[in-house]
Design a protein around this ligand. Structure first.
Ligand code: ADP
Ligand code: ZN
Length: 294
């Protein structure tokens, strides 16, 4: 059986399909433009694929509360054409199949919980550190929604005593995303993160901010796995730096082997690698097909 998946990012869309084991069998990708251009491409892609369900993990903010009129819509984004756009409605009108719908990071957290690094666990958090920072939360076997959905990229962190950088978040300046997402790194150092050497001080500072947020997340939610993905996390040297900083922040207060001897296996890259987003969307589609509300 084929399950469709849409990973809708702010810069690019990926459409694909795969099987019930989460194996991706086909994919295409195109840049995110106005919905009038992008959504017909999505609809076209699935036309001859015979998918039994489709899962969508999208950039947001999104309406994710099924009881509210904005369910399925992109809500307050500054992205031209997408503010208030009924994304799910447009696809439902084209395909009479069950649909899964959630944020890109919740989708990735779910995929990781079903098939990836958090397989068999009932909780995990998924961070993407890229153009922005997002945090997906899977807890007690469900994806967390509430008033809207978690926006963990914009938490406030304590400033490094020697850091005078103002941050780039248009809402908060020096929130986590403003300090530690790709555009913040580029503004601070004058070059893209991918061009900085592995031993550049940028990475210690990056770990300093990310680890504070991760420590707070551990204290608040007690996740069984912390998964870090996104373009910036391609800098693998960040993992040991982040683990050290998380330890330093927690300072032995939370007693769990995962936070001591097993930390290397607790704060980890996505088990699904670069497929985390698309496979997560596929997992949402599969859940919808099976009538499982996540
Ligand atoms: P998006 O968040 O747009 O979906 P990515 O996760 O690829 O896409 O994030 C893009 C951001 O990550 C950019 O700001 C880019 O500079 C940064 N980035 C991408 N690759 C790397 C890398 N290897 N090292 C450091 N930063 C990177
Ligand atoms: Zn912010």
């Amino acid at each position: 059986m084929r399950i469709g998946a849409v990973e809708a990012g702010g810069t690019k869309f990926v459409c694909g399909y795969g099987n019930e084991q989460g194996v991706i069998e086909d994919r295409i990708s195109f840049p995110t433009e106005m919905p009038e251009i992008t959504i017909p491409k999505v609809i076209d892609y699935f036309r001859d694929k015979g998918v039994a369900a489709i899962g969508i993990g999208s950039f947001g903010p999104l309406g994710v509360d099924r009881t509210r009129p904005e369910y399925g819509h992109v809500t307050t984004t500054p992205k031209p054409g997408w503010n208030g756009y009924d994304f799910l409605g447009a696809l439902k009108a084209a395909y009479p199949v069950p649909f899964g719908w959630d944020t890109d990071v919740n989708a990735a957290a779910y995929g990781e919980a079903i098939w990836g690094a958090a397989k068999g666990q009932s909780s995990c958090v998924y961070y993407t550190v890229g153009t922005g920072i997002g945090v997906g939360v899977y807890a007690q076997g469900r994806l967390v929604h509430g008033l809207v959905h978690p926006e963990g990229g914009h938490v406030l962190t304590r400033r490094h005593p020697e850091d005078a950088f103002a941050g780039v978040c248009p809402y908060h300046g020096d929130c986590l995303e403003g300090m530690a997402a790709g555009p913040g790194i580029e503004k601070r150092w004058g070059v893209k993160g991918s061009e900085l050497p592995k031993d550049h001080p940028a990475w210690e500072l990056e770990a300093y901010y990310l680890a504070q947020s991760i420590a707070n997340t551990i204290l608040l939610l007690s996740p069984q796995k912390v998964i870090l993905g996104g373009g910036v996390m391609k800098q693998e040297q960040l993992f040991p730096l982040i683990r050290n900083e998380v330890s330093r922040n927690l300072n032995g207060y939370v007693s769990a082997r995962a936070l001591t001897e097993e930390l290397d296996d607790y704060i980890v890259p996505p088990g699904l690698g670069d497929n985390a987003g698309l496979a997560g969307s596929l997992a949402l589609g599969l859940a919808a097909l099976r009538g499982i509300e996540v």
